[in-house]
Design a protein around this ligand. Structure first.
Ligand code: ATP
Ligand code: MG
Length: 453
C-alpha cells in the first residue's frame, strides 16, 4: 500500500531504485498455474523442493498475460547449472559460453537458465564489448534482480511462480503490457549498442503483441540502425527467420522500413524493395505465410526463401539470356549464382537449397501446356509448392492469371477432361522435337559404332 503510494507520488522508478520488485497476485494478473505446461510446472516444483528459487520467465509469462498461447516455457533459477543437473535424472548441460540445462520432462524439454548477472558494473566481471559497445561476453551469474535488469524489455522481465501464482515484476512490465507499451529496460541507446538485435526484437514483439514502442525506446533506432551490420550473420539470420515466421511478417517488414532498418538486414530485402513488382510479390508471399502461421499450418523455409530471392533470379536470368545463353541453362546458372551469394551470408542448408531450386526450376515448365509435359509436372515431388509459387507470381502480375487458372483446372480435371485441355503443339515445336529425336538417334548409333569399332 505504502509502496504503491510512494510509487504514484515519485513516479515509475521507485521500485527498481529500491530494488524491491512488485509482487503481483493472481487476482490482478489472472494467470493460473494450470496455464503452465505440466513438465514445466514439475521442473519448477522440483527445483523449489531442492531449496532453490525457480520461476517461469520471459516470453511465456508475457504471452500468457497478453492472452497468446506461449510457444515454449523457460525457467530461471538461482541454482547453478551443475546444481540443476543434479536435481533431475533426465537433464544435461548444454552450451559452453553460457551454460543452460535442458530438463527432459516427459515429452517436453524445459530450458533452465541460472540468473545472469550485471555486466558493465564495477567489479572485475565487466563484460567485454567491441568498439561499438556490443557485448561479446556476458557469462556471469547474478541475482534475480540483476537477471531482470539485463533482459531487454519490461514485458520480458516478468517471473511467474506457479506455486504461489504470483508475478515478480522489477520494471513495471505488467503495467506496460496493460498499457500496450514496449519499453526498453535501462538506457535504450546503451542497450541497443550492447546488442543491436534488440532493434529487430523491438519491431517483432511490438507487431506480435500489438504494442506501441515507447518513444524513448523507438527514437534511437533510426540513428543506430547501421549497427546491425556488426551482428554475426548467423544470429541475424535466426532473428530474421523468427520475424518472417512470426505470423506478423507483413507488419514487421513495414515497421522495419519505417524505422530505416531494412537496409543491410537481409541482403535480399534490399534488392526486393527496390523493384515494384518484386515488392508486390514478396508482400503477397509474406501475407500468405502470415495466414498459414496463424492457422497453425506448417510453413516451409524453402518456399519462403524461394519467394524472397525470386526477383533476384529473374534479373540474373534475363542478363544471362541477353548474353546469348539458352533459356533453361540460363535459369540454372542464375539460380546457382543467386544461391552462392546468399550461402555466404545466410545459413541456407543444402536441403533447403534443393527445395528452393526445385520450386524455381518448375516455373518455366508451367509454361508448357501441350503433349506429355504437363503430366510429368503434376507428378513432380514439389509440384504443390511450385504451383503455389505460380499462383503468387500470377497474383503479383508477373505472369498471366489465365496460366495459373489453367493449372488449377488441369489438376482438378479427370482423365478425359484433362487431355482435352492440352494445347495443340506448335508445328515448329513438333519439328524441333523430331529433329532432336533424329539427332539423339544418330548419337546412339554413333556411339554404338564406336563400340563395335
Ligand atoms: P519469442 O519466444 O516469442 O520469440 P521471447 O521474448 O521469449 O520471444 P526468446 O529469444 O525466447 O524471446 O528469449 C527469452 C527471453 O530472454 C526474453 O523474453 C528476454 O527476457 C530475454 N532475451 C532474449 N533476447 C534478448 C536480448 N537480445 N537482450 C536481452 N534479453 C534478451
Ligand atoms: Mg521464447
Amino acid at each position: 500500500m505504502i509502496r504503491k503510494f510512494i510509487s504514484r507520488v515519485l513516479g515509475r522508478k521507485t521500485t527498481s531504485l529500491a530494488g524491491t520488485p512488485a509482487v503481483i497476485g493472481v487476482k490482478t494478473h489472472g494467470i493460473r498455474r494450470e496455464a503452465i505446461s505440466a513438465g514445466c510446472r514439475r521442473t519448477v516444483e522440483t527445483l523449489q523442493q531442492h531449496g532453490y528459487q525457480a520461476f517461469i520467465v520471459g516470453g511465456a509469462v508475457r504471452d500468457l498475460l497478453a492472452g497468446i498461447p506461449p510457444k515454449d516455457f523457460d525457467v530461471a533459477t538461482n541454482a547453478t547449472p551443475e546444481q540443476v543437473r543434479q536435481s533431475f535424472r533426465r537433464s544435461r548441460i548444454i552450451g559452453r559460453r553460457f551454460q543452460i540445462v535442458h530438463v527432459m520432462a516427459g515429452p517436453e524439454t524445459i530450458e533452465v537458465t541460472t540468473f545472469r548477472g550485471h555486466h558493465g558494473d564495477q567489479d572485475n566481471h565487466k563484460a567485454q564489448t567491441d568498439a561499438q559497445g556490443r557485448v561479446l561476453r556476458d557469462n556471469v551469474f547474478g541475482s534475480q534482480q540483476e537477471d531482470a535488469a539485463r533482459r531487454d524489455f519490461t514485458v520480458n522481465a516478468l517471473y511467474f511462480d506457479p506455486t504461489s501464482e504470483t508475478i515478480i515484476d522489477y520494471h513495471h512490465g505488467v503495467a506496460d503490457l496493460k498499457q500496450k507499451t514496449l519499453r526498453m529496460i535501462g538506457e535504450p541507446k546503451t542497450r541497443y549498442r550492447e546488442d543491436p538485435v534488440r532493434m529487430l526484437r523491438a519491431v517483432r514483439l511490438a507487431a506480435k503483441l500489438d504494442l506501441v514502442i515507447d518513444p524513448a525506446t523507438r527514437r534511437p533506432i533510426r540513428e543506430l540502425a547501421d549497427l546491425i551490420e556488426n551482428v554475426p550473420p548467423s544470429r541475424l539470420f535466426d532473428e530474421m527467420l523468427k520475424l518472417l515466421t512470426s505470423g506478423y511478417a507483413v507488419k514487421c517488414v513495414q515497421q522495419l522500413r519505417e524505422e530505416g532498418l531494412h537496409h543491410g538486414l537481409l541482403p535480399l530485402l534490399d534488392v526486393i524493395f527496390e523493384q515494384p513488382l518484386g515488392e508486390r510479390f514478396v508482400m503477397l508471399a509474406l501475407e500468405n505465410t502470415d495466414k498459414r502461421v496463424r492457422q497453425g499450418k506448417r510453413i516451409s523455409s524453402g518456399f519462403l526463401f524461394a519467394t524472397l530471392l525470386w526477383h533476384e533470379v529473374l534479373t540474373k536470368w534475363e542478363a544471362i539470356k541477353a548474353g546469348g545463353e539458352r533459356p533453361i541453362p540460363a535459369l540454372f546458372q542464375a539460380m546457382d549464382s543467386v544461391l552462392d551469394v546468399q550461402a555466404e551470408k545466410l545459413a541456407i542448408t543444402r536441403r533447403i537449397a534443393t527445395d528452393i531450386k526445385d520450386i524455381w526450376a518448375l516455373q518455366p515448365r508451367f509454361e508448357q501446356r501441350s503433349g506429355k509435359r504437363p503430366y510429368s509436372v503434376l507428378e513432380h515431388l514439389r509440384y504443390r509448392a511450385g504451383y503455389d509459387f505460380l499462383l503468387l507470381r500470377a497474383a503479383s502480375g508477373e505472369v498471366d492469371e489465365t496460366l495459373a487458372q489453367w493449372w488449377t483446372d488441369f489438376a482438378n480435371a479427370d482423365g478425359e477432361a484433362r487431355a482435352a485441355m492440352l494445347l495443340p503443339q506448335k508445328p515448329d515445336e513438333k519439328k524441333k522435337r523430331r529433329r532432336r529425336k533424329r539427332k539423339s538417334n544418330g548419337a546412339t548409333s554413333d556411339s554404338a559404332s564406336h563400340e563395335t569399332a
